[in-house]
Each structure stands twice: as C-alpha cells, then as structure tokens.
Design a protein around this ligand. Structure first.
Ligand SMILES: [Zn+2]
Ligand SMILES: [Zn+2]
Length: 535
C-alpha cells in the first residue's frame, strides 16, 4: 500500500505533493475478515490545506486502490497518464467522488508545475501499461521516483525501457527506487520470453487449457490469447477484472488489437480441445473464476483429466495456502497444473538485483533511497548501492528524509500504520478490533451473564455461553455448567465493596473463568462479562 509525500518550504509551512494512494489485501493471519487495508493517511490529511497535488505512477492496486476511499481526506488535484487516469476515474466514480479532479498528463513533454515542484512522467517498463517514473524537480535538485519498474526492452504492451533516456537524465540528487526483487541475483527476463513456451504448452495439451494471470497484466493476457489462437483454440475471458482491463486497454489505445474472443455460452458448443479459458484468480481468491472452477462448475465449464491449468503468474507471499488449495483440488480432478517453477511461463515486473545496479549506474544519483519492499529488501538495496559507493538511506515506513542542511538524513518519523475497511466501517490497528477478532479466533469466547437485584444482591442464576471451544473438559462435566456453578459459589462471598463495582466483578469472573478453562481444557479463552442490574 504505497503512499509517498514530498514537501518543500519553511518548517511548519511546507507545501506537499503526494505520490500514489494504494491498498493492501487482508489475510487470515493478520487481518481476518477485513475487506481492504489502507495506509493511515492521518498525517497528510491533517495538513491537507497544504497538499497541492496527487500523482499516480501506475494503475496497480497497491498504488491506486485507495484513491476513491481516501480522497475525501486528501482533496487535491490528481495527475496521471491516460490509462492510469481511466482506472482512477473508475475508482473515483465507485465512491461518488468528482472525476474532474483527475487530469491526464502527457509523458516526457508535459511538466506539471505545482508551486516549487515541477513534475514529469517518464515511461518505464513494468507489468501494466503506462507505468511511469516521476522526475520531480525542486529547488534542492532533481529527484527520481522510480515507481515500479523493470528493465525490459520488449515488454509487449507499454513502453520499453529506454537506456538513453535514463543515462541523459541529468544531475540527480536522489533516486527513490523500487526494491521488490533486489534479492534476486540474476538479470531479469523480458516479457517477450514467455510467449514461445506458453504457445508450445498449449499445442502439447490434448484437452482444454485454462490459464490465469494478473488481470492488469494486459501484455500477458494478450500473449495467452494469441498463443491460444495459434494453437487452434477459441478464447474465452472469464472474470470481471480481466474483461474490465482489456476494455480499458482498448478504450485508451494502449493496445490496438486483441484476438477475437467468444462468449461463455457460445464456447460451450466448441469441443474442449479447441478451447482456452483465460480466468481471474491467480492468487487463489476464493470467489474468482479459478477457485470456482477448482471446486466444480463455473459458467457451464468444468475441468477433467487431460486438461491443463496454467498459472502464468507468481504467488505473492502470503497467498501460498489459497493457491495450493486450488492446485490440489484441480489435481484431484486429474488436471495437470503448470506454474512458473516448471518452465518460463512467467516473468516478474520488477528489476532484479543486477538490473537495479545497472539502473543506479545509468541514473548516477547522489543518494539512493530504497522504497517498495519489505525491510529486508530495503536494507539489501542499500547494501547494493554501498557496493558501488553510492550514498544511500534506509527509510522504512514513516521516515522523514530531510535534504536541508549539510547532509541528507532521516530527520524524523511520523506515525504510520494500517487502516482496515471492515464491512462499511474504517478503523485503525490501534483501535484493537482486529486484535480482539484474532484473539477470539485463537482462544475461543466465553460469555458470562449475571444478575444483581434492586438491593445490590446477586441472583444465583448465572448464564454461560461458550463459542469456539470444546464443551466438555477433563472432569467430564459440561464446561458451561461447571463455570456457572463456580461463579455461583464465588459470588456468595462477595461483599458490597465488590457488588457495587462492575470492574471488580468483571476482573474476578474473568480470572475464575480462565483458571477453570485452563484446568479443564488447557486453554485461556477470551471472556466477556455481562452484568445486569435490576435497580
Ligand atoms: Zn507496486
Ligand atoms: Zn506495480
């Protein structure tokens, strides 16, 4: 979930521009049940009267996904290239925001002047059309914000990596640079290299081929479709995201051609060995087409022995379990699952270690500031710069890097974090709700209700409800009965000092329940105490 801020001015009255407004996706381990995760934009929204512009480098969800959700906290003009602006408009419309806030910027030639900043978009190769680096000129010098990129001279769709442009970029104060693939020690491969292996795989398969990739990787979706046609197959696009992205590509002119496709109903009359389905759900998303096909029928299609399912994608760390659930379900049907480990069926959209080194050498920045990666990757990227005697700064989330004074350095930290969208509500990690949910999931929940009458005397009827725990423990008595009896016995000894104090009652009950449960079932559950006073 990317969000970067550049500022210039006297301390306390700096003016800001913001780069990217992305999302992250929830997982069962850290954010069960959340819909989406946003960067906490509190710091900038508290200063939004000094926020002059928002720039979006490209249309991947981790860079654009939160635009519609967070726009009311930002409210500044948005600048992006045509294809990205098209996706931005969809995001804004979805949330009822004013799409006139978005301006389309021509790459290279157009400079957007925002007070002390002049910003231009430089095309750079990645795995989505029109990905761009930003050249940010400021009174302290030129900053390059790389965006996500790779060095690919034949990316299929979108702009090839242009060495000349980067070696003539002029004096660069700082390169703020993608770190995603820094740990990979081999030079990256071109998008072009996957097309032959994919075509050969489709020719070899005697049954139906189903292929999945990231919907936004329009180049790959087109390569898959073209390979399908070349191997004598009719092509069906299954899943809303893929259809949306191909339409966006054609509408904005980033692709001029796409092979003819057939709709799912027509395809049911075509022999399966002449079919290619291109489907959503390369990350194992439960409701996407790939997961539905692995479970059974989807839109009339079902898979069987002799069919091939191709993952022309990389499993993003954290999604391994969901993906393997699908691959095993497919395997049970006799389907051969093929992924990137079995041939050159996928290339990454990010620069590997040697590519980053080459990029540093082309741009020749005074300082490299790694971004877009886990802490370990940022550090490794710093080491790579150090190896070539380029100054570098490790700036993890929340760092403020200062260019004032003698030396570039991390001068301060601001509080950053995650905002969860959970149903129709937004809240932060510090609100403790997600922590509660995780604790309930891990430990189970016991609710104890007790009644206190008009005279502040407790009634003996205690009511206990148990959720998510085995109900009979070591003493072979029903756990809820045991807890009810224990507390009934306890409250006989309570004096007014306790009975008038809800906090004390809660504390005593909670401790007693945890102790009993630990003895009975070896677990300390979450405990909720409900006190009903009849007075
Ligand atoms: Zn990214
Ligand atoms: Zn990206």
């Amino acid at each position: 979930m990317n969000m970067y801020i550049y500022g210039y001015g006297q301390p306390g009255s700096e003016r800001y521009i913001l780069v990217d407004v992305g999302v992250a996706f929830p997982d069962m381990e850290s954010s069960p049940g959340a819909n989406l995760i946003f960067p906490d934009s509190k710091w900038i929204s508290e200063r939004k009267d000094r926020l002059d512009a928002i720039f979006i480098t490209h249309a991947h969800e981790d860079h654009i996904g939160a635009l519609g959700h967070l726009y009311c906290d930002l409210e500044a003009p948005i600048f992006a290239r045509k294809f990205t602006a098209h996706i931005a408009r969809l995001k804004m419309e979805e949330h009822g925001r004013d799409i006139n806030a978005i301006s389309i910027v021509e790459p290279i030639t157009q400079k957007v002047s925002i007070r002390d900043f002049k910003v231009s978009f430089i095309p750079i190769s990645h795995s989505i059309p029109e990905s761009s680096a930003l050249v940010i000129d400021s009174p302290i010098g030129r900053i390059i914000h790389s965006g996500d990129f790779k060095l690919d001279s034949k990316p299929g769709v979108g702009d090839p990596f242009n060495k000349k442009v980067w070696s003539n970029i002029g004096p660069v104060k700082a390169l703020v640079c993608d770190s995603t693939n820094v740990l990979n020690n081999e030079a990256g491969k071109s998008e072009e290299s996957v097309s032959k292996p994919i075509k050969e795989l489709m020719e070899r398969c005697s049954g139906m081929v189903v292929a999945t990739t990231f919907a936004s990787n329009i180049a790959r979706v087109r390569t898959l479709a073209e390979s399908g046609v070349l191997s004598g197959r009719s092509v069906v696009l299954l899943g809303a995201a893929i259809n949306r992205m191909i339409s966006a590509g054609l509408e904005t002119g980033v692709i001029k051609r796409f092979p003819k496709t057939v709709n799912p109903e027509e395809a049911l009359d075509i022999p399966r060995e002449n079919l290619l389905l291109i489907v959503t759900g390369s990350q194992g998303e439960r409701r996407a087409a790939s997961a539905q096909l692995s479970r059974g029928k989807f839109k009339g299609f079902s898979l069987k022995s002799g069919d091939v399912f191709l993952f022309s994608s990389k499993t993003i760390p954290g999604n391994e379990v969901s993906v393997s659930r699908i691959t095993n379900k497919l395997s049970e049907k006799g389907v051969d699952v093929v992924d990137e480990s079995m041939g050159n069926y996928h290339v990454s959209g990010h620069a590997n270690g040697p590519d980053l080194e080459q990029f540093h050498k082309l741009v020749k920045p005074e300082v490299v500031i790694p971004m877009h990666g886990e802490h370990r990757m940022l550090r490794e990227h710093c080491k790579l710069a150090s190896k070539n005697n380029i100054k570098n700064i490790l700036a993890p989330n929340g760092s403020i890097v200062s260019f004032s004074g003698e030396d570039v350095r991390v001068s301060d930290f601001v509080e950053t974090g995650r905002i969860y969208q959970d149903g129709s509500i937004y809240y932060g990690a510090l609100d403790g709700i997600m922590r509660d949910r995780i604790n309930m999931a891990l430990n189970g929940l016991v609710t104890i209700s007790l009644l206190i009458d008009e005279n502040d005397d407790p009634l003996e009827d205690i009511w206990c409800e148990i959720r998510g725990l085995f109900e009979v423990g070591s003493s072979a008595i029903h756990l809820s009965e045991l807890l009810e009896d224990n507390i009934s016995n306890l409250l006989k000894f309570w004096d007014k000092n306790i009975l008038l104090d809800d906090d004390k009652i809660e504390e005593i009950v909670r401790r007693s329940v945890k102790k009993t449960c630990l003895e009975e079932i070896g677990k300390k559950p979450e405990v909720t105490v409900v006190i009903l006073r009849l007075s």
